[in-house]
Design a protein around this ligand. Structure first.
Ligand code: MG
Length: 385
């Protein structure tokens, strides 16, 4: 058995190799193997070379106290069971695991099937992380990342990234070069692109709240140049950037239904005031025209919790993050496409985003504050996020 280890001791700035080796030897004696990549490459909290075994790391593996059926998986149906008759998302032998830790604030997961890895942003540390699911290897994919936030993948397998300090959306080409997809609208800088999704026609849809220019922690402080916090669409042929929706307070995570007839967009406007929204809106999509209509509130969040990220499975169920409010609500919610709450995944940290991954697209990866969590499910993520 190989158990990846990280050493999130933010108070230590010096590599103590003797302690590291001693710890490795002690672990080897117990049959637990120190993960080479974690020990050699990943520095928690953005330190370079600062690897000191902590006496109090968040443990990796199944969450403490887990016993099948995992109590972190909650069905909203009466007579709870995790069989196909109620909430058909989990089998009894599935459990929530913490698979990586040591981030300051994790967001924007995206899964690359060809390489079997998850990329996700660690915004304050100005880096994109890579979690390889074959061996639990955690490493830095890109640093600096221009305080990247949301990531997604296009139909050609290229990485699409929203950057706070870059105030732009970029595409990482297959040769590794970076192309700017959008950094302006009407001749003025975007606020701070937050999350993106790519439609079947190649159009890129993204949100542009102001979170990334509010200070120097997750970006660079600046005055917004866009009066409204819009949802935009980038035309796949011309590259033109057009506003799709202009009445959000703070548009955030977004996803298409599997048939692309619906668009779901989170509004985390509650961060701007108690009377502001904390919900997911749904729209009918006219993909050919690049327009949406029939705006509805799809699901209200339990304030003060907000939902930052959303994904759909192949059956059109809507999975969203929950965080920043009651700790008992921290985690993931799953709704029917009609908006009925089916179940919750309880996570011991505030959750921002999620994505489906795994070789069968049946493993849900969850960005929860300092850590990346994962749980196998009985469903499959929509073919493209
Ligand atoms: Mg977001």
């Amino acid at each position: 058995m190989t158990t990846p280890l990280t050493f999130p001791d933010k108070n230590e700035g010096v590599v103590d190799r003797r302690r590291l080796l001693k710890a490795a030897a002690a672990l080897a004696a117990t049959g637990v193997t120190m993960h080479a990549a974690s020990a050699a490459t990943v520095t928690p909290f953005g330190q370079t070379g600062a690897l000191t075994p902590s006496t109090d790391p968040l443990p990796l593996g199944p969450l403490p106290g887990s016993r099948y059926p995992d109590s972190h998986l909650e069905s909203m149906k009466p007579k709870v069971s995790f069989g196909p008759s109620d909430f058909p998302a989990f089998a009894g032998t599935m459990a929530v695991e913490r698979v990586a830790t040591g981030m300051r604030w994790a967001e924007g997961p995206v899964y690359f099937a060809a390489g079997r890895y998850v990329l996700f942003s660690d915004i304050p540390n100005n880096r994109i992380m890579r979690f390889s699911e074959d061996d639990g290897h955690l490493s830095i994919f890109r640093q600096p990342s221009m305080n990247s936030n949301g990531n997604t993948i296009d139909r050609e397998g290229r990485l699409i990234t929203c950057e706070h300090s870059g105030r732009r959306v970029t595409r990482t080409e297959l040769d590794g070069s970076i192309t700017i997809i959008a950094d302006k609208y009407n001749g003025k800088k975007l606020n701070s692109p937050n999350d993106a999704v790519v439609a079947a026609d190649g159009s890129i849809w993204f949100t542009d709240p102001v979170y990334g220019i509010g200070g120097f922690y997750e970006g660079l402080k600046a005055e917004p140049e866009q009066e409204k916090h819009n949802v935009y669409r980038v035309d796949p042929k011309s590259g033109d950037v057009k506003v799709v929706v202009d009445d959000f307070v703070e548009p955030n995570g977004l996803a298409f239904s599997p048939d692309e007839k619906k668009l779901y967009v989170c509004d985390t406007g509650f961060t701007d005031g108690p009377d502001k929204p904390s919900h997911i809106r749904s729209f009918d999509v006219d993909l050919g025209a690049g327009k949406v209509s029939n705006s509805k509130v799809f699901a209200d969040m339990p304030k003060p919790s907000i939902t930052d990220g959303v994904r759909c499975d192949t059956e059109g169920r809507v999975w969203c993050s929950v965080g920043w409010g009651d700790p008992n609500e921290d985690g993931v919610r799953c709704y029917t496409k009609e908006g009925d709450l089916l179940g919750k995944i309880h996570i011991p940290e505030t959750v921002a985003n999620l994505c489906f991954g795994g070789q069968q697209r049946n493993r849900l990866y969850i960005c929860g504050s300092s850590s990346l969590y994962a749980v196998y499910t009985s469903v499959q993520g929509a073919l493209k996020p």
